[in-house]
Design a protein around this ligand. Sequence first.
Ligand code: GTP
Ligand code: MG
Length: 549
Amino acid sequence: RCPAFIRLRCAGTVAADLRREEQPSGSVETGSKDKTPKKTFPEVQNERREQAQRTVLIHCQNKVSERKFLKYLSQHGRIHSHFFYESFGFYAVVEFCQKDSVDSLLKGTQTPANGTEAAIPFRSRFLSLKLRSPPSQGSEQPQVLLNNQLPPSNRKLSELLCAAKSIDDQLNTLLKEFQLTEENTRLRYLTSSLIEDIAAAYFPDCRVKPFGSSVNTFGKLGCDLDMFLDLDETKKLDIQKNKGNFLIEFQVKNVASERMATQKILSVLGECLDHFGPGCVSVQKILHARCPLVRFSHQASGFQCDLTTNNRIAMKSSELLYIYGTLDARVRALVCSVRYWARAHSLTSSIPGAWITNFSLTVMVIFFLQRRSPPILPTLDTLMTLADEEDECVIEGNNCTFIRDLNKIKPSENTESLEVLLKEFFEYFGNFAFSKNSINIRQGREQNKPDSSPLHIQNPFETSLNISKNVNQSQLQRFVELARESAWVLQQEEAAAPCPPSKQPWGLAALLLPSIAQNKKVQKKLPSERIKSLLESVKNNIAQSATHT
Ligand code: GTP
Ligand code: MG
């Protein structure tokens, strides 16, 4: 959804431990081999938030000498890390070692006086760097190297995939090229922190937390930034000092429902972002949606942002996906490829409609991995059984309890390759009885559909809801047909035993072609039912010959 992919350059110290633990590298190990201790979701969120609070975003009018720039800022305290990036201008993200240094820098920062226009004197950690004396004409701009953080173009990606050694290698390459980088993740937390400062003008102890694909391990460069305004801290009491026979309360305005309170809060914040928020443009208040939100573009980071509040369950879903994405390295690689495949065939879209969403696709992959033998991922019920007392969580009457310490979850014994999993994923959903069954990751098994929606995926926490209620029959049909065709292409390739690397798109690259049916390997477009029966007979033959040998 982000029009401009940003280019980032990272220099200086990087929080390497955060990178290692949050974003497992492209190399795939099964869960059973990966012994690195893993951080819980709240631990990551708290560390990243604290890091963001020590950080400033600086728009540089000109390219600056890196050495002089750092020397100038170091007057306020030691710099922990910094990087430069380009997105509608030239920016620096500077992380100080101490928060005091940011305060010192802000004290020495002035509000601009523009000749004809009047500035709204709103102070934030988004700053501008200007030269006192402009560079003389003809003087060379300092060289600041910018590391390109763009995901590869379609062409480049196709080349990379064709040059891969195996289908497993292809899936890992795709993940490596598209996953959020350390710097992009930091920019996401910094943007949330800047928005939090604006919201804090009204609600001093509020928190703005990123959720969704920015933090659930399934983000890709360019994905939107979902943020949740958490007002719970503002409601907390200091009980220690509240003894005695009296009770003191704030005078507040009351409204008819929680929903109305949410709408009012978001409406005011929308105005505030629009009028005062530096770099916040195209603010839209979408208050009558099922989940009211404020949508805007944060120009400096290039992120398309969605701000919600009273959306605690979505935060919990992000935590659950984080657990699934971190448990076994194959999960992210498979989800990334399935999402990319779906996007390449317009099964998903950035425009809301009857399409399958990335969230639904991710849940489908998780379900499929729970169904393997032995399972690659545990069911949500299993995660609930493993939970300790401190994991207990009930939101609006829904039980959202599950174990949060990843290190206490036994790794899977399953050692299937990504190639097998990709092929089996397409076959599994190419043959799934969507007309009668519902997908349920809580129990990890198919269940009778409770209603007539074409695709039924039970909401893991609000179990009476369907997360894919929006999907219509024709979109589901397209998904099934493409899944069957993809399974067929992979099956045919296996039979022909191609020897990668090859210049012709093969494996995953063949599945991403605008139309799989255009692929030379499927000479004539076969009807979907025909592909299904052909696949079955090929599988039976394989099984029979295996028995004979
Ligand atoms: P992207 O497409 O990369 O943005 O993926 P995403 O996971 O961030 O999806 P999206 O921005 O649409 O939604 C953000 C988060 O809201 C998801 O990760 C879920 O946690 C939650 N969410 C989205 N859609 C639904 C839904 O239909 N039901 C529920 N319960 N939660 C949802
Ligand atoms: Mg999102």
